[in-house]
Design a protein around this ligand. Structure first.
Ligand SMILES: Cc1cc2nc3c(=O)[nH]c(=O)nc-3n(C[C@H](O)[C@H](O)[C@H](O)COP(=O)(O)OP(=O)(O)OC[C@H]3O[C@@H](n4cnc5c(N)ncnc54)[C@H](O)[C@@H]3O)c2cc1C
Length: 502
């Protein structure tokens, strides 16, 4: 079964990285098709609905939806295909519940956040300001330039000539990690641990291994464009991008699982689906992870040397154990914030069930749950290896024990949660692997050892001519705004390669 249409670009997967690439290219006039194995778009930024609840499957703390600067890439991606999405400003990024009674809210207002932190660590007032101000300097460099492909020399030259100081600033920070910068200013070990969890909660590695460029974005944009929740749920971002894609003549096909990238004389020329259907394209983009792309969609034994080297430097982060909970509204005290991080022992930060992430998006958009109820999404890092080799009944029993432990932890900050439960769905690393199509259900790549900041992350082109990668296993890594950046960069590079004029 061969589809005789020749597409300019075939995109494997409709995660936010894939969809931003698709919409950008469709808006430039390319003939684009997205092939998605699941029933709806979005991948880790997708959703599911059950018994009147609309649950985000993953992401819910959304950066990049502000309305100013150059780093609001989700807003820009939607605008590019003439669609928009109402958002609700989140007044607090995270409410931390940390060891030694460190109970702190990261307010949208920068000064308020700095004052709250200084109240806990008055002897480090100067260091706190110096560290976070340095993060702001990184952000100011990023927020002064148009963010496109670093693999395009003419763009690099143009941007450099327009803003040499911002570019030199970024070049300086590119090889740095947060831990090194934090230790220049801060001595208190407890405060350094706080900087660790500030990084860990999105990079899933401590500050010593978290690139300074990414931290500059997160630690500053939360006070600039802010964290904003899309009305109707995070899934609306992907749904709107698909609307825009189709308005610009692009296509998306669901239940279309790509099993093979077809190559001819070493170049990528098409893809084959599980049902045998074949599509041809001038350029092929994989939004699957690099592990999936280079071992499942292409023969592992021919893996290009640079991919092997990358796998020496980066490994798969853990997946998650996720609880999607519906709960009586009366369980949540007045003034509860949307996002929480729970950690009882600093030594357990990276251990399974050590850190618990909580999102309560119905505090921002009550329409996601039946009247009188809230959604709580609680998740904690967990490894595939903990969930393999179990019989069906062992698997179910293990899920229930694990969920009970998390509910007990949540009950400490939301007393009565257990009694107020209305709905519970438990997802394990196996669930993430199955529904998100990600090897071992991984959240994304993490450095195996301390690396030079972001220098080791690959861009969009691959060693295979006409094959590109996009998404969180390309520069600059995980997170919706980060993969949107990867999508802008990928589309930009392909547009130049295809000589698109718009
Ligand atoms: C529990 C959790 C919480 C998170 N919280 C946040 C947060 O609060 N804020 C934030 O910014 N980020 C968060 N993230 C991270 C963020 O969701 C991801 O980094 C981002 O969505 C990844 O996007 P992506 O484009 O790389 O692709 P993915 O989301 O992985 O999507 C890839 C798509 O490709 C499809 N696909 C894969 N292989 C094939 C194939 N062979 N054939 C056809 N289709 C295929 C998949 O089905 C999927 O739809 C979270 C992630 C998780 C899991």
């Amino acid at each position: 079964m061969i589809n005789h249409e020749l597409f300019d670009v075939i995109i494997i997967g409709s995660g936010i990285g894939g969809l931003v690439t698709a919409t950008q290219l469709a808006a430039k006039g390319a003939k684009v098709i997205v092939l998605e194995s699941y029933l709806i778009p979005g991948g880790s930024a997708g959703y599911f609905q059950s018994q009147g609840y609309t649950f985000d499957v993953g992401a819910s703390m959304i950066f990049g939806m502000g309305n100013k600067g150059t780093t609001n890439l989700l807003t820009k991606a939607l605008d590019a295909v003439n669609v928009n999405l109402e958002t609700i400003a989140d007044p607090v990024q995270i409410h931390y519940h940390l060891p030694d009674n460190l109970d702190l809210k990261v307010d949208r207002d920068y000064e308020k956040f700095i004052q709250s932190l200084i109240a806990y660590f008055p002897h480090e007032a100067k260091g706190i300001r110096s560290f976070y101000n340095e993060c702001q300097r990184v952000f100011n460099c990023l927020n002064n330039i148009e963010l496109l492909s670093l693999e395009e020399p003419k763009y690099l030259l143009r941007v450099f000539l327009q803003n040499p100081l911002a570019c030199l600033g970024l070049a300086k920070y590119l090889p740095l990690n947060v831990g090194d910068v934090a230790r220049r200013y801060i001595q208190d070990p407890q405060l350094l641990k706080f900087i660790d969890i500030e990084c860990y909660c999105w990079s899933v590695v401590p500050a010593a291994m978290t690139p300074m460029i990414n931290a500059g974005m997160v630690f500053s944009d939360r006070h600039y464009g802010g964290v904003n929740y899309p009305r109707g749920g995070v899934g609306q971002i992907a749904e709107k991008l698909v609307t825009g894609l189709e308005q610009f003549g692009g296509k998306i096909q669901y239940k279309a699982r790509v099993t093979k990238i077809i190559t001819k004389q070493g170049k990528a020329v098409g893809v084959q689906l599980a049902n045998g259907q074949v599509y041809h394209g001038k350029k092929i983009v994989s939004n699957a992870t690099r592990w999936d792309t280079f071992t499942k969609l292409l023969p592992a034994e021919n893996m290009p040397t640079n991919e092997k080297n990358w796998q020496q430097r980066y490994e798969k982060s853990p997946s998650f154990l996720s609880l999607h909970i519906g709960v009586k509204a009366s369980v949540l005290p007045v003034g509860t914030e949307c996002h929480h991080i729970l950690l009882a022992d600093w030594e357990q930060m990276t251990a399974p069930t050590g850190t618990i992430f909580v999102s309560i998006p119905t505090l921002l958009d009550p329409d996601l749950a039946p009247t009188g109820y809230h959604i709580i999404h609680a998740f904690t890092p967990d490894w595939m290896s903990n969930w393999q080799g179990l019989s069906e009944s062992e698997y179910i029993a293990k899920k229930e024990i694990a969920a009970g432990q998390i509910i007990d932890r949540l009950d400490a900050i939301f007393p009565g949660l257990d009694a107020g439960l209305d709905y519970l769905e438990i997802g394990t690393p196996r669930t993430h692997r199955r529904f998100l199509n990600r090897m071992d259900g991984t959240y994304g790549p993490i450095p195996k050892r301390k690396l030079w900041g972001l220098l080791g992350m690959p861009f969009n082109r691959t060693a295979i001519p006409d094959l590109y990668c996009v998404g969180d296993s390309t520069f600059p890594g995980q997170g919706l705004n980060a993969v949107a950046f990867s999508g802008f960069a990928c589309a930009h590079r392909i547009a130049v390669d295809l000589k698109l004029r718009k």
